[in-house]
Design a protein around this ligand. Structure first.
Ligand SMILES: O=C(O)CCC(=O)C(=O)O
Length: 244
């Protein structure tokens, strides 16, 4: 179904690869409907850290830990064809560790500061990645994710607390690569990117009338372990700025 060799080659070189039509339109519709149902029927009964709100205090910025709170999304993330592809990229057996959303709602969706995901995941070796699936169209204007290709080969760069709710740890120094030279992941619904946990990326606020909903499936190789030093920095940052 997926061209594993081509995807792996691009992922290894750039730290990010775009895959068109990762999910068919019917599945995108089904995911949207289940997210709406979950928010409407289930979310109130979940712990506060099952979601992060935007600055208005009511609009959802992120849903977290859907793999624990919702059978549909756990099963989706454990589809054999995805585990097989991801296993090749994490160089081992793929383990689903997170299912979440970055909703980026129209007009009030907030930005995400420059970061490397492993500042949050804290894994060694860094054989961990995110499959980011577009549910809405993703455009330059509504807040596409920008990646600095090749930065996954630089190891962990210095971090600092960001003060951003839902993205508490960012990079200490802003990268020099201008946005015009970064990879802007514009996507149609059903398209996806897969990015390495050390590739530097960020996204802008959404100032348009079009929502930019993304569903994220996060995996690590079963062989990775938590790095105590990374975890100490992350714990300080998330304690200073909790997700909820
Ligand atoms: O969806 C976004 O705007 C940011 C996503 C992100 O930071 C991530 O996938 O790690």
């Amino acid at each position: 179904m997926f061209d594993h060799e081509q995807i792996a080659a691009e992922y290894c070189r750039d730290g990010v690869v775009r895959i068109r039509e990762f999910f068919p339109p019917e599945l995108v519709d089904e995911i949207r409907a289940e997210l709406e149902r979950y928010i409407c029927d289930d979310l109130d009964s979940k712990p506060a850290d099952a979601r992060t709100l935007e600055a208005d205090g009511k609009t959802i910025r992120n849903l977290w830990r859907l793999q624990l709170h919702n059978d549909y999304f756990r099963k989706l993330g454990q589809r054999p064809e995805i585990l097989q592809l991801v296993g090749k990229l994490v160089e081992g057996e793929a383990l689903l560790t997170g299912v979440e959303t970055f909703n980026k709602p129209a007009r009030i969706g907030s930005g995400v500061p420059y970061h490397q995901d492993n500042a949050y995941f804290c894994q060694s070796p860094p054989d961990m990645l995110t499959v980011w699936i577009a549910i809405d169209p993703v455009t330059v204007e509504n807040g596409a994710v920008y990646f600095i290709t090749g930065t996954h080969q630089q190891g962990m760069l210095p971090t600092k607390e960001s003060g951003v709710t839902g993205n508490s740890i960012g990079m200490a120094d802003l990268p020099e690569t201008p946005k015009s030279e970064q990879f802007c992941a514009t996507l149609n619904p059903g398209d996806a990117t897969i990015h390495h946990c050390n590739v530097v990326h960020h996204s802008d606020p959404n100032s348009t009338d079009q929502s930019r909903l993304g569903l994220l499936l996060v995996y690590r190789g079963t062989h990775t372990e938590t790095d105590p030093q990374l975890m100490a920095s992350y714990t300080e940052a998330v304690t200073a700025t909790p997700p909820a």
